[in-house]
Ligand binder design. Structure first.
Ligand code: ADP
Ligand code: MG
Length: 379
């Protein structure tokens, strides 16, 4: 059975490749070394309420959201940026890892790098690591979301120069300034795409007495939503929901400026948080960011005008990473490759803690030496 891959010289024939997982609040992506992104599915699990049996995972389960009969519930186990349902998170992670691994994990077990939302506690971290091991990983490593995002966006995070990443996901927005392989200054807020959808639901209910589902609200946001609609044509989109007064289904047309009206306050929270991190950034690193600009990743970066809004509010150049939805997953892949370097940085940080050795950018000279002396084993 394995003769063909051998003849083709496929080095991944035994499924021993390393795997990177972006365990997002909205989407899970799996990256396999040598293959790229092999799986991208919503973080949704459909479960039988009584037996707790998993009925469906990913895209199939998402189609069931809001449409399940009484005994089945479709849940988003990571909603809001915390592991709301540990058992389900574990099942979902196992499902995706084994799906990506093509069921070959019995021969050689992969190393797995999981990116977790920043709000996750250390107990939950252990749980995720355990789940990855249970799913067949030989080793499981964790990486923080903004760091993976920066790696995926192609930033050289190991240089003694500051880069700023803003990742807007479903449940959280992560803002971080990164230098010398570490996060220097950051903030994570429980505001992301989901909060924008909720704001649209509320707005439509208030203005039209019409109840729409969150998925419909998301369609409005993606279809005509804008963070900076000035100057654009005020297009509209038809949505359906249930009239609160008559109780009957009804369709209405919603305009772009109305969607903006609905989401602008929530967007303000993101802008405020970015400014907050900039204020806490040291002048040296701030100067680097003025030069390099802010890099945006995550699905929220696809919202029309979000870059213009941030740029207008901060006065800095803002760039959207290539394919922002898959940035973190590609970053986990790069992290697997740079594992040697990452652990060198980790070791350096430990030395700093124990012997008070310098590693941070305010003591640039010494930290540059640490990195210069380090040879990346994987390259
Ligand atoms: P997470 O990392 O939390 O899983 P993602 O980075 O996958 O989140 O982003 C998911 C969020 O991005 C969702 O809230 C989704 O509505 C939003 N999103 C995806 N595409 C767009 C788009 N074109 N415009 C605005 N928002 C979008
Ligand atoms: Mg994410």
């Amino acid at each position: 059975m394995y003769i063909f891959p051998v003849l083709k010289g496929d080095k991944h024939m035994f499924g021993s490749s390393d795997i990177g997982v972006d365990l997002g609040t909205a989407n899970v992506l799996v990256y396999v070394r040598g293959k790229g992104i092999v799986l991208q599915e919503p973080s949704v699990v459909a479960v039988d309420k009584e037996s707790r049996r998993v009925i469906a995972v990913g895209s199939e389960a998402r189609r069931m959201l809001g449409r399940t009969p009484g005994n089945i519930v479709a849940i988003r186990p990571l909603r809001g940026g915390v592991i709301a349902d540990y058992a389900m998170t574990e099942k979902m992670l196992r499902h995706f890892i084994s799906k990506a691994d093509g069921g070959q994990k019995l021969l050689f077990r992969p190393r797995v790098m999981v990116c977790i939302p920043t709000g996750v506690t250390s107990v939950e971290e252990r749980a995720v690591r355990q789940a990855a091991i249970q799913a067949g990983a030989k080793e499981a490593h964790l990486i923080e979301e903004p760091f993976a995002a920066a790696l995926g966006a192609g930033l050289d995070v190991f240089q003694p120069s500051g880069s700023m990443v803003v990742d807007i996901g479903g449940g959280t927005t992560d803002i971080a300034v990164i230098s010398l392989g570490g996060i220097v200054c950051s903030n994570s807020l429980r505001v992301g795409g989901d909060k924008l959808d909720e704001a649209i639901v509320k707005y439509i209910r208030r203005e039209y007495s019409l109840v729409i589902g969150e998925r419909t609200a998301e369609e409005l946001k993606i279809g005509i939503g804008s963070a900076c609609p000035q100057g654009a044509e005020d297009v509209s989109m038809e949505v359906r929901g249930r009239d609160m007064i008559s109780g009957l289904p009804k369709a209405i047309a919603v305009t772009r400026s109305q969607v903006y009206e609905a989401i602008k306050e929530t967007l303000g929270l993101v802008v405020g948080a970015v400014k907050g991190v900039l204020e806490r950034t040291s002048p040296e690193l701030a100067a680097d960011i003025v030069n390099k600009g802010i890099i945006m990743t995550g699905g929220g970066a696809l919202l029309d005008g979000i870059d213009r809004l941030l740029s207008r509010e901060t006065g800095l150049p803002v760039y959207i990473a290539d394919d922002p939805l898959s940035c973190v997953a590609r970053g986990t892949g790069r992290a697997l490759k740079s594992m040697g370097l990452l652990s060198a940085v980790d070791r350096a940080k430990k030395l700093k803690r124990i012997f008070n050795w310098p590693v941070f950018p305010d003591e640039r000279g010494a930290s540059e030496k640490i990195l210069e002396n380090y040879v990346d084993e994987s390259s």
